[in-house]
Design a protein around this ligand. Sequence first.
Ligand SMILES: Cc1cc2nc3c(=O)[nH]c(=O)nc-3n(C[C@H](O)[C@H](O)[C@H](O)COP(=O)(O)OP(=O)(O)OC[C@H]3O[C@@H](n4cnc5c(N)ncnc54)[C@H](O)[C@@H]3O)c2cc1C
Length: 495
Amino acid sequence: MNFHIKKVAIVGGSSAGLLSAVTLKYFFPKLHILLLYSKKHAPIGVGESTTAWFPQFLHEHLNISREEFYKSIWPVWKLGIRFEWGVPHISHFNYTFDGQFRYESQLLSKIPGFYCMHDMRQASRYSILMDKHHAPLLHDGKGNIKILSDGFGYHIDVYEFINYLTAKALSLGVDIQDLEVLDAKLDEYGNVQHLCCADDLKVNADLFIDCSGFKSQLLGKALQEKFISFGYRLFCDSAIVGNWKRRSPIFPFTTATTMNSGWRWRIDLRDRVSFGYVYSSSFCSQDEAIQEYLSLTPYATEDLRKISFRSGRYKRFWVNNVIAIGNASGFVEPLESTGQHMIVETIWRVVLALQDSNLCPTPKLIDATNRYVVDLWDEICDFLTLHFKFNRRLDTPFWKYCQEETDLGSLQNLVELYQDSGVCHAIAHLIPKSSIFEIDGYLTLLCGQQVLVKNLQPMADAEITEWLKYRQILHNNLENSVSPQEAFYFLESLY
Ligand SMILES: Cc1cc2nc3c(=O)[nH]c(=O)nc-3n(C[C@H](O)[C@H](O)[C@H](O)COP(=O)(O)OP(=O)(O)OC[C@H]3O[C@@H](n4cnc5c(N)ncnc54)[C@H](O)[C@@H]3O)c2cc1C
């Protein structure tokens, strides 16, 4: 049964709900959009590190100017992820957002990546900037500053982001109400007829968007959609989260550090640093996790809190006239910061389907959109398994278990090819078609963790010289880069 959408009701007033409201109102100004949230249920309050697609979506698809966004939020530029991970004798490797395996240089004759298998340090501009702790901005010496390129993510304060989006949604004409949704009344076909809310209020709409977070009030509870767990492949299920008032320079990247029973993030915001220890409750208790966390972040005692989660996704995110976005539709641990990414990606797929169907989506279109989004979730799960299977940093029971028991799923062939021949042209055929991480992501994890290659071709002296020359040129071009603090100072005077 097709349905024509004139009114949309959104449940949830955090990142997913507000981004959905703003996006739908921006692309379909005539839609009546009602957003319900409840002060009884606080936003989860994490989701501060993004991929590069997130700023692109805000600035290019929603047409939000950088100036407006920066003045409201002051995000920190994220050039990539610094992984303190892999083999013990190397301090870190960088997963950059500027495609460090895709360089084209007349100096280098081999396939991009061949050199990184031997030495991945500072293989791209972003990697050099990350090691310098510099932002992707260059200073021309005359008081002008220029953004190097657009392919970076953000670190955002999630509460400031919610405030910003609330004002944006109101200015676009979204109707926002504090009203708790208790249940939903379904018709005989499994469509939601109306929401049953506090004070016996009923809310009707043609399309319902569930952004209620882990509660999954509509998709999970009312529609009872099947949940597909990733728990047998990704073993973490808990996090300790805290903050540290800034007392050191800003890092323009997220840091992921190996811990005894999981890993710890560091996300630098302008005035504070967020730290979280993601761990497996089968390998350490909450008290042990807090102890280990505090031993490394002694100042991060304010607002320390515990979050439990389950990794997985619902079988479909779009069922009849219900769409779930954000944590209400799926979740994996934030090692690759994919939460906000999946929010904007899912909304974007919905926008495209609604545009294609003139707001009258057919079951086949809904099926195809489901397939696309579900494949992305599954790719994220596969990609994360690479991080756990090959990290040899610590010899604890958790990491031994990960090395032995992590199921690589559909990446098995890709890994076997890499272990046989290293970075080669054929690897590109084994990367999913609509990949979030693309070939750079996969090769970063394989080379960065120094996964052993049976037939590794040696690097001739001439090639070593070329590789060093290439990196020196990159360095020279970045002589005028500035720190995030300096960049903020310039931009504040500009805006
Ligand atoms: C430990 C951890 C770390 C994370 N780190 C990152 C990260 O670095 N980067 C990233 O991209 N993602 C991260 N995520 C994912 C992150 O949580 C999501 O990206 C996103 O912020 C979640 O937003 P949401 O809108 O789906 O849910 P929530 O923030 O939970 O919001 C739910 C909303 O629904 C409303 N609501 C709930 N029930 C009802 C009801 N019955 N009636 C009315 N309203 C209701 C609430 O009031 C609230 O407004 C992390 C998640 C976890 C658990």
